[in-house]
Design a binder for this molecule. Sequence first.
Ligand code: ADP
Length: 392
Amino acid sequence: MKRVGVIGGGQLAWMMADAARKLGVELVVQTPSEGDPAVSIAQEIVFAPVDDASATEILAKKCDVITFENEFVNLDALSVLAEQGVCFRPRLEALTPLLDKYDQRCYLRDLGLPVPRFFAVEQTENLKSKIEHLGFPVVLKSRRHGYDGQGTFIIQDLAALEEKLSYETITKTLNQSLFLLEEFVPFERELAVMAARSVDGEIVTYPVVETQQKQQVCRQVIAPAEITPNQVAQIEAIAHTLLNSLQVVGIFGIELFLTTDGKVLVNEIAPRTHNSGHFSLDACETSQFEQQLRAVCGLPLGNPSLQCAGAVMVNLLGYENSHSDYQSQRQQIAEIPQAHVHWYGKTQSRPGRKLGHVTVLLDNQNREQAMAAPTPLANAVAQTIESIWYPS
Ligand code: ADP
């Protein structure tokens, strides 16, 4: 496998570049716009939206295998290509139960994995009786195309829920007016794990991390999470069950809740590389991007373990509408010892947009402190970065 097609040309595809070079793999990317991050690193580009399957047919002719950096594809249309022999990794059947958040919850529950209580909502009628066993607050989610908290709403009471549903139903297309409603989990922390599975069925998991969200958007990731060995084992078992059940070839991100009584629940599956695995670029022997390429190219998987005591990854999120490249803030952040800044080269900043990230290795001079108490140290480093990045 020498030429890998990638559906989606955002930062997740852009970050595959170094690994592709290392493995001698060429990347051919399907992405809509000239300004998309991966345009600068691709050998060849098919300019088209990710759900344009006729563009994917063209992409398929230019490569040996196709993988995903964005899952908002048209699976029905792609399955025609698969029947004609186009090789998708992960296979389309591994994506089918995941693209709709309600279907995904059902799939996980049926596998016996722990998930929050949930049901599907189509109209406001009968809501009262259905919701009684959940209690408020509840979490309402668009079943499709949600990301970075878009389409996720925490709702405090029935009136607000009914209002939200009728507003969303009126303003959105029929397809988007289908919702998943679930219990609000008063989690103690949010966790995530990346797991890869090879063509031969070998599975490797990355260290479990703690993710910290603000307004449903990830702000920072601490690796490794300070959890018990038993919780790590439970999470690794979840990853194995899921990847084996779907016969995944590739890498998946699994987002989890750790409840106040120490239970682990699965929140969401990303069938690709994920923000919670970015630390692996600088902190692990094999990054999540190299692992994805290894898996889809049929190579043996690499060592996913941390090469340092710990790491903290902080997202550099847009906070204004601007064309600035934030050179001076990036420079200041890069001067933090052991900091690695990744700037995605997006030409436009918008509030909440992921423009880049920085990973700081908690090591060397801080090694003892990092080993003894990684979380407070990681939080302090993240605070320093955010105080440089965000205007006060
Ligand atoms: P997205 O696909 O947009 O990332 P998620 O389902 O991951 O949506 O939700 C984004 C964030 O919203 C989560 O990381 C968490 O902080 C919060 N959240 C989502 N579901 C729940 C829930 N059931 N209970 C409490 N918080 C939740």
